[in-house]
Ligand binder design. Structure first.
Ligand code: C2E
Ligand code: CA
Ligand code: CA
Ligand code: CA
Length: 279
């Protein structure tokens, strides 16, 4: 028992160093990632629950590093945010997404919208609006085909600044969705003051459909509220037929999830879009 202390301490210190080292490695590799063209976008289809038609895709960032392999966004995005690398990275995502959709549309593919995730750090940056403007202008994409996804945390922590940026996006004709809605307990009255178009209902509420009656009524209430506020809504993380049918019955607008389609690589997305939107 006597030896336990120092030994544990050393173990703790070593694992901490390992974590710090991993972080540093990720940060270093991230810095080269853009130039080395290691990033790509995956596209996850979204569907209109009334018509069954494709309503849009969400762009999801992918990173395959030569040394570290495939690293999930949950691991590298926080590091990109803290190191400031999120700015060039986010700009790349915005440009690539806008250009890709415009290219598809020019090929005759009827893809109405693309969702682009924007981290709070990017959104509150003074150059954010001008970056979006130039991505739209350079790609030629109609602003209404762009849906920016932001989180509730952003709204709660930076309400005033955010309200202004939202207003500007609205004037430009760009759509805005609240991502992971329901997780952040944001106040509904404040939400009503903001220029928002859509709620992306968090996966946790959708998976609750398989559970109790009470859980289901929370999801039902969110859908009813969004409809009452005249907001669009996309249910995230739809994995089962039961969830799908429940959402349809309760008049949720759109759905996205593994049951409908996984996020697709560029090649897979191309094949999928050809089939889904061309006869
Ligand atoms: P998110 O925006 O909530 O994206 C949805 C995540 O859920 C994606 O994970 C997607 O692959 C996954 N997903 C989709 N359908 C299902 C389903 O039916 N079941 C389950 N269990 N999961 C599903 P991914 O691609 O690993 O992205 C994780 C998070 O990383 C995203 O969460 C988003 O917050 C962030 N992210 C991804 N791309 C970007 C980006 O370009 N910029 C920024 N700032 N963040 C990004
Ligand atoms: Ca999202
Ligand atoms: Ca989400
Ligand atoms: Ca509606």
């Amino acid at each position: 028992a006597k030896r336990n202390g120092p030994q544990n301490y050393r173990f703790y210190q070593e694992s901490m160093n390992a974590n710090a080292l991993k972080r540093l490695t990720i940060e270093t590799q991230l810095r080269n990632g853009l130039e080395a063209e290691e990033f790509s976008l995956a596209y996850q289809p979204q569907f209109d629950l009334k018509t069954g038609n494709l309503s849009g895709v969400e762009a999801l960032l992918r990173w395959k590093n030569k040394e570290l392999g495939q690293i999930p966004p949950m691991e590298f995005i926080p590091i990109a945010e803290e190191s400031g690398l999120i700015h060039p990275l986010g700009e790349w995502v915005m440009r690539t997404a806008c250009t890709q959709v415009k290219t598809w549309q020019d090929q005759g593919i009827d893809l109405p919208r693309i969702g682009v995730n924007v981290s709070p750090k990017e959104f509150i940056h003074p150059e954010f609006i001008s970056n979006v403007k130039s991505a739209l202008a350079d790609s030629g994409l109609d602003p209404s085909a762009l849906q920016i996804e932001i989180t509730e945390t952003l709204l709660m922590e930076h309400f005033e600044g955010t309200a202004k940026t939202l207003e500007e996006l609205h004037k430009m004709g760009v759509q805005v969705a609240i991502d992971d809605f329901g997780k952040g307990y944001s106040s509904l009255s404040r939400l009503q003051e903001l220029a928002i178009d859509c709620l992306k209902i968090d996966r946790s509420f959708v998976s609750a459909v398989d559970e109790s009656f009470r859980q289901k009524s929370v999801l039902n209430a969110i859908i009813a509220m969004a409809n009452g506020m005249d907001l669009g809504m996309i249910a995230e993380g739809v994995e089962t037929k039961e969830q799908f049918l429940f959402l349809q019955e309760k008049h949720c607008d759109e759905a996205q999830g593994y049951m409908l389609s996984r996020p697709l690589t560029l090649e897979q997305a191309e094949e999928f879009l050809q089939k889904a939107t061309m006869q």
